[in-house]
Design a protein around this ligand. Structure first.
Ligand SMILES: *Cc1c(COP(=O)(O)O)cnc(C)c1O
Length: 359
């Protein structure tokens, strides 16, 4: 069955109405290129308003560039970056953080529910301090995490304590930052610079823009010559206004948080529905716009056969169901109804024969 929307990723959604209108509005006349245009200035100023502080703002094409260039600006090649073993930085960026930092080592730390812990950071720093081992210089946290959980301000303050004690800079991968803010009901500053974050990769594509993430430096020393780093990496957009304009329309009246809150609510609705189905176990508490659930393999195959797309390779081995700004209650209810029916009849389902497995 062909479906319009599914649960594969929040970046599978289209452009939200505000961003679409912004592109239309920006598409008149000539403006200077390379970020010298009024849209880019306005977008950067709106980001400063949102965070209620002075900060340096740069726009790049995507989250991989934002993360890897931000991390490169904290480190020398002989340093290391501490990150969670499930972090996008490690698993989904094809080595870009190491590449753009000329070889800085990314060191993986475990942590329950996708979060780093102060004890884990301390352990990683103290286990070797000699000059034969790369020197930890930065820690990166993902907010909301890859497993759909969030760091509270207290989590972050505890991480800051460990990080500052050992002179580590703190980077935040905020591909789903809006979902975390909406879930926690905090001000953006409470989970960034007030909690010790030096640099934020602020995503918007999963929240309704077509392209373009922001790198926000709360620690302006780290932004030194960052524009050159962006340009060299091929991350300085010539027609920057088309990256910046959607940000303006998303931020100026809070649409970014409305969309994120909606996606979170859809995920909450989905989690509630799934919990009621016998035999279905949530793997993680639902805290942002994703639901992680353990499902029998034949049921996963049958859901896919009914046209529901979702990933099963992420995180703790279950299925990941992502909700988006455009997910509807009807989408959620239809999925839950299909799943309930398949679970009730799962004894009749046969495992799909997988090529090469001889089943
Ligand atoms: C989507 C995502 C990114 C950004 O990925 P790009 O495809 O490079 O834009 C970064 N971090 C996390 C946790 C993500 O989910």
């Amino acid at each position: 069955m062909k479906r319009v929307r599914h649960f594969a990723s929040d970046n599978n959604s289209g452009i939200c109405p505000e961003a679409w209108a912004a592109l239309e509005e920006a598409n008149h006349g000539h403006t200077p290129g390379y970020g010298e245009d009024p849209w880019t200035r306005k977008a950067a100023n709106l980001i400063r308003d949102v965070f209620e502080t002075k900060c340096e703002v740069f726009f790049v094409f995507n989250g991989t560039a934002a993360n890897s260039l931000a991390l490169a600006s904290t480190c020398q090649s002989y340093h290391s970056i501490l990150c969670h073993e499930f972090a996008h930085v490690e698993n989904d960026e094809c080595g870009a953080p190491e590449f753009f930092s000329n070889g800085t080592k990314v060191q993986l730390l475990p942590g329950k529910q996708g979060r780093l812990t102060p004890a884990g950071i301390e352990h990683a720093v103290l286990k070797r301090t000699d000059l034969h081992y790369p020197k930890p210089r930065a820690v990166t946290v993902t907010q909301a995490t890859e497993l759909g959980t969030v760091y509270t301000p207290d989590h972050l303050k505890a991480i800051r304590k460990a990080a500052k004690k050992h002179d580590l800079k703190i980077h935040m991968d905020g591909a789903r930052f809006a979902n975390a803010v909406a879930q926690l009901g905090v001000k953006p500053k409470d989970i960034t610079w007030k909690a010790g974050v030096d640099i934020l990769s602020l995503g918007a594509t999963k929240n309704g823009t077509p392209v373009g993430d922001a790198v926000v430096f709360f620690n302006s020393n780290l932004a030194h010559e960052f524009e050159w780093r962006c340009k060299q990496a091929g991350q300085l957009a010539s027609k920057m206004r088309y990256i910046a304009a959607p940000w303006v329309h998303l931020l100026r009246d809070g649409a970014w948080l409305r969309h994120a809150a909606h996606a979170n609510q859809m995920a909450a609705r989905l989690a509630r529905a799934l919990k009621k189905i016998k035999g279905v176990e949530l793997l993680m508490p639902r805290q942002a716009n994703g639901v992680f659930v353990e499902l029998p393999l034949p049921v996963i195959d049958a859901l896919h056969a009914r046209g529901w797309h979702f990933y099963t390779f992420i995180g703790a081995g279950g299925a990941r169901l992502m909700c988006s700004w455009d997910t509807t209650p009807e989408d959620v209810d239809a999925f839950a109804a299909d799943l309930a029916e398949l679970m009730a009849n799962r004894k009749k389902l046969r495992p799909k024969t997988r090529k090469g497995k001889g089943r």
